[in-house]
Structure formats: C-alpha cells, structure tokens
Ligand binder design. Sequence first.
Ligand code: AHR
Length: 492
Amino acid sequence: MANKAVLNADVNRGIINKNIYGHFAEHLGRCIYEGIWVGEDSSIPNTNGIRNDVLEALKNIEVPVLRWPGGCFADEYHWKDGIGPRESRKRMVNTHWGGVIENNHFGTHEFMMLCDMLGAEPYINGNVGSGTVQEMSEWVEYMTFDGESPMANWRQENGQEEPWKLKYFGVGNENWGCGGNMRPQYYSDLYRRFQTYVRNYGDNKIFKIAGGPNVADYNWTEVLMREAARFMDGLSVHYYVHPGGFENKGSATNFSEADWDITMKKTLYIEELIERHGTIMDKYDPEKRIDMIIDEWGAWYDVEPGTNPGFLYQQNTVRDALVAGASLNIFNNHNDRVRMANIAQMINVIQAMILTENEKMILTPTYHVFEMYKVHQDAERVALDLEVEEVTYGDISYEQVNGSASKKNGRINVSLCNMDKEKSATLDLDLRGADLKDVTGRMITAQEMNAHNTFENPENVKPVDFTGFKADGNTLKVELPAKSVVVISIAE
Ligand code: AHR
C-alpha cells in the first residue's frame, strides 16, 4: 500500500511558534565551558570569550530562544556568584554534574551577551529547590529594573547600563526530582509564592513558566493546574527517549535493529504525552492561554566510553536525525498548545547540535535537521492529513511516516520522516488549494543506521538534494528512502 497524504494548502492551522525550535544550554559537562565559553584569552578564536565557530554555526540555524542555566543545575545556582569581575567570582562544586569546579565565569552578563549575539530570546530558569524567594526576586530586579534600585545600581556597576529585556522565566526545574523532590501540592504552593515576587518592572513583562511533570505524571499536571493555573503563562513538560530505559540507556552508536525500533516507538510517544497533558490543561484552561513548554526533550544514551559519566557526552547518528525530525513534526502539529520546545542540549551534551574537541567542531545530524526545518519557524501551519502504514518488527509497531506542513514566503514546506530502518516508503501527496509547481527537496539519510560525523570525517552525514518525487497531475508521488528526513518545498 502507498502511504497517502492530503495537503490542503489553503486550510490554515495557526502559526508554528518559532520557539518550538528553541535550545537549552546547562552548566553540564562541556556544554557551556569549551562548547560556548572559552574566555577572552583562549587560543580558540572567540568574540568576548564566546567561540566564533560555534557562534557562526548557531546563527545559521536561527536559534529563537535559549534556556539557561539548567536543568538540575538551576536549582543549585546562585546568580550572585556569577557577576562582577571574573577573577574574583566564587568557585563552587557542580555537585550534580561530575563534581567539577564551576568558576562562574559564564554568568548572567555573559549569557545575555550570547543571546544578543545569536538574536535569541533569553529564557532563564530560577532556583526554587535551594534558593530563596528574595534571591529570585532580586535576580529579576537586577536584570530588568530601569531606574535606581539596589540591584539595578549593582548591574550598572558591573557594566550594564540599560536593563535587559527578559521575557521567559522558569520558576524551578524538575521540582519533583533534582529540584527538591517535592510533591505536587507542595510545589504548587511554592510556585504561587515564588512567582509573586517575580515582578514586572517598567514595560518588561515576564512570562512565568511553572515546573511541570515528569513524562506521564498526569497527577502532577492535574494538581498544579488546579492550584496554580491562574498564576502561570507556561507549563513545562520534560521527556527523554531512552531506548533501554533510564538505568541502562544504550549506546549512541553501537546499537541493534531492535534498539532502532524501540527508539522510534518511544519518540512517537511524545504525541500521547502532549495530548494527555493537554487534555488536563484544557480542563483548567479551555482558552489555551497557557503554553505547553517542552523545555527538555531528546534522545539520551549512555555516555561515550571513557568519558566522565557526569558529563553526558554522546555521539549523534542518523537515528537522532529521525528523533529530531519526528518530534518537531509532532510539536508543529500541536501548535495550538505547544508554543516552545528546547532540545537538550545545545553542545556536547545529550542530543547536541554541535560537538567540540578543543579547537575542533563538528555539526551533528540533529543540527542539520534544525537547519532544514527552520522554514517552519513562525510559518502558518497548513493541514496535512496522513494515512500511513504501520511497520512491525518483532513486538514493536510504529507508523512508518510522519510529517507536518507550513507555508511562508510564498513556499509550502512539507517535512516528512521515514522512520523505517529497512524499507523505503512511497507516499502519494495530494495537493489541494494550490497548483503543484516548482518542487524542490532536501534530505538527510545514510546507508548505515549508526552513520555519524566524527572529527576525522565531519561531513559523513549532511543534507543532500532530494529528487525522489514525480508529479502526476496535482499529486506528488514521493519515494522516501529508509531512515530519511526530507523537506519538500513547493511554490505557493
Ligand atoms: O538535561 C539533563 C538533565 O535532565 C537536566 O539537568 C534535568 O532537568 C533533566 O533531568
């Protein structure tokens, strides 16, 4: 059977918020230090301490929003340690991630500078687990108060005359776990209390994000929405794909065919999570005022052999391109509630865009998916109805193809993933509401299911032109190779 798709180019489904293509950078392993920050005196070419190669690569994927400083680190971070002259900043132990010394050289000023250089909105995650209400309140005052105040004066003494614009602020992270092992009722009360003092100064309006559930903890969502919905603008949801489960995640590169299949199945599960958490949100917020913010997602495997287990450094293969492509399709298709997502993490950690080794840098297959999919950022979603085959391997079944579609700048862009590691997929794409003309395509694929880029072979997996389509009237007959992520572009 050929898979079928009906693309109604004139049936609009709302804007795909560009923040779905957001990122997350934590003080974890070599994400911030080495990955982003090398310091002004480094032999690695840099601008004000931020490495140039990484900066240029990130600009190319148009990072819309960047979450920082954690993750679990956020609930141990005390922002006052990370301001003022760098040489006198407090050194601390990053107890959660590898027990290494954190010299606090990358702090609020450096983060805001990075966001400015990238043209990205800052998203700062505050400390509820081990911080105080006063500390959180003063951080917001430090960053955003315009005029004379103790914190604004201090900011100016540290070289930042004007307040920064700060929109996104997270009130705690994973407070059911590393953020304090709380129960939902307790966190709900703490959330209500802490957020009270996250003030809007001048015309800076903070969008407050509550720390949401772990995976399928629907009770957390229920309690938090019931108790605190009116005090929040966003609810975070975290979901990681661990093929072998959390304790024994499996290798990023040395995996079996069954591992591939379970990875695809677990990737697609995020749709159920969005729908079920979304249903609870609908109960308390039928107008969909509150955004679902999937501020940690991605495939998380065992660390690369011989690397620090606390650094979460893993390789990235064509399998991860499929994880990224399919997840982003699902987020696009739920654009009525999902308005931000932040892949974990930007560099050298979990499902990274970029890997570095001292002065060397490579782009991962996941990076290339973000580059190919940037056409969806702030585009108008259009209706794409798919009727696709299920593939079954052993006791695992999943839909072979998934996709999403949007239009922007006179082009209709359709992103399609063939999740099957063995079989190509034929798809009859019936275009309605526009004439089929001027079709182009790009694709990421590979022969081997663990194909990846290395410092010796950095361009092993990269986008190529896609020509596997043929017009038949207003139907595009598409042949998607096994394990491929494809973006087809059609003139509107
Ligand atoms: O991204 C790594 C960690 O995963 C984050 O610090 C934490 O929030 C989550 O458990």
